[in-house]
Design a protein around this ligand. Structure first.
Ligand SMILES: C[S@@+](CC[C@H](N)C(=O)[O-])C[C@H]1O[C@@H](n2cnc3c(N)ncnc32)[C@H](O)[C@@H]1O
Length: 331
């Protein structure tokens, strides 16, 4: 292989020059011979001593499981480019064409991402009142409980028994930034507490309600784990406590059905307080339908609403987005 030979005093300057010229051969290690350094190159360059030598290939660590997984070429284009990581558990969505290669895909993920200990495939959509999905074990430990770190807090949870999405971390931080010290928060659909525990670091009190007993069990653990005794977990249907709380800020993180709970949210927020509403909307008109429902419920209650912000939270399905609408309630 063609190489440039230089004295070690000149090595750094020459390396930079070869990089500038775009001739330094990638994937080969530079060699040292006494006082000289040998740079492998891809084509002859003028002004340097050129020699011919053999070079060892540098070991390149794969970045993606797709570089190491062994599947037939015809199904390779179906390999997903990303997957969710919750604590030390990976959850991947496999199309039908790849389901029979689940084990090798799972093992490839374990090989490339050393901190991942178990891999599961999504076995269904998020379903039911508890908003959980079926999971299919692909590789590694047959364990579904883990501790996930996000926004400086730790959340213990069971990925098979409760809802949790790491993709909402940025949205949660956004709400944290809007929260003011001393506020009373009502997290209507709290899950294991990713909003509640985070906001409790700033707010005075957080009422955190969920109907899933497992979620509330973890919520209890997570308030201890994060030293946030100002989170008050409430197990049960949120309709039972709505209207008995006067919060500065109400969170409605149940995008599939939040519209059915607008009355409860508005009755639980104080005059001038803010509601963070979540839903799903088509790309061409993200907010109108939801805003109409919000205005309608406010009118029935004799309240006014002031829309503060509408935003895309994340893509949900083709041409569909998970959206957020922040609005103020004036009573
Ligand atoms: C989409 S998850 C959100 C959980 C959490 N906020 C998060 O970000 O991970 C919605 C949660 O609402 C709970 N839920 C559904 N219906 C409910 C109801 N009527 N009352 C209280 N909680 C309910 C579910 O059990 C689930 O944990």
């Amino acid at each position: 292989m063609l190489a440039v030979k230089v004295h070690k005093r000149e090595a750094e300057r020459v390396r930079r020059r070869l990089l500038e010229l775009g001739v330094l051969a990638k994937g080969y290690s530079v060699k040292r011979e006494g006082d000289y350094v040998l740079f492998p190159i891809t084509r002859p360059v003028e002004g340097f001593e050129l020699i011919d030598d053999e070079f060892e290939r540098t070991e390149k660590r794969p970045h993606s499981y797709r570089e190491v997984v062994e599947v037939p070429e015809d199904v390779r284009p179906f390999l997903p480019s990303s997957f969710d990581i919750i604590g030390d558990i990976a959850i991947i969505e496999l199309p039908e064409e790849l389901m029979s290669y689940g084990r090798v895909i799972g093992e490839a993920i374990l090989k490339v991402h050393r901190h991942i200990k178990a891999v599961f495939a999504k076995g269904s959509k998020v379903e039911g009142e508890y908003r959980v999905r079926e999971l299919i074990h692909l590789a590694g430990e047959r364990r579904t409980e883990t501790v996930h770190k996000e926004n400086g807090i730790r959340l213990k949870l069971d990925v098979a028994k409760v809802y949790f999405s790491p993709r909402l971390a940025t949205e949660r931080m956004r709400i944290f930034e809007k929260t003011r010290p001393g506020e009373i928060i009502f997290d209507m659909f709290a899950g294991v507490g990713p909003y509640s525990v985070l906001l409790a670091k700033k707010a005075k009190l957080v009422f955190a309600c969920d109907i899933n007993p497992r979620a509330v069990g973890y919520l209890e653990e997570n308030r201890l784990l994060n030293k946030t005794p100002n989170v008050l977990p409430v197990l049960g249907d949120v309709r039972r406590i709505a209207g008995k709380i006067e919060a500065d800020r109400v969170l409605m993180n149940l995008p599939k059905f939040a519209d059915r709970f607008l009355r409860e949210a508005m009755l639980s927020v104080k005059n001038g307080g803010v509601v963070h509403y979540y839903g799903f909307g088509p790309e061409e008109d993200l907010f109108s339908e939801h805003e109409a429902k919000i205005t309608g419920v406010a009118r029935e209650l004799g309240f006014h609403v002031e829309f503060l912000e509408g935003r895309k939270v994340r893509p949900y399905a083709p041409r569909q987005f998970n959206i957020a609408i922040d609005f103020r309630v004036l009573k």
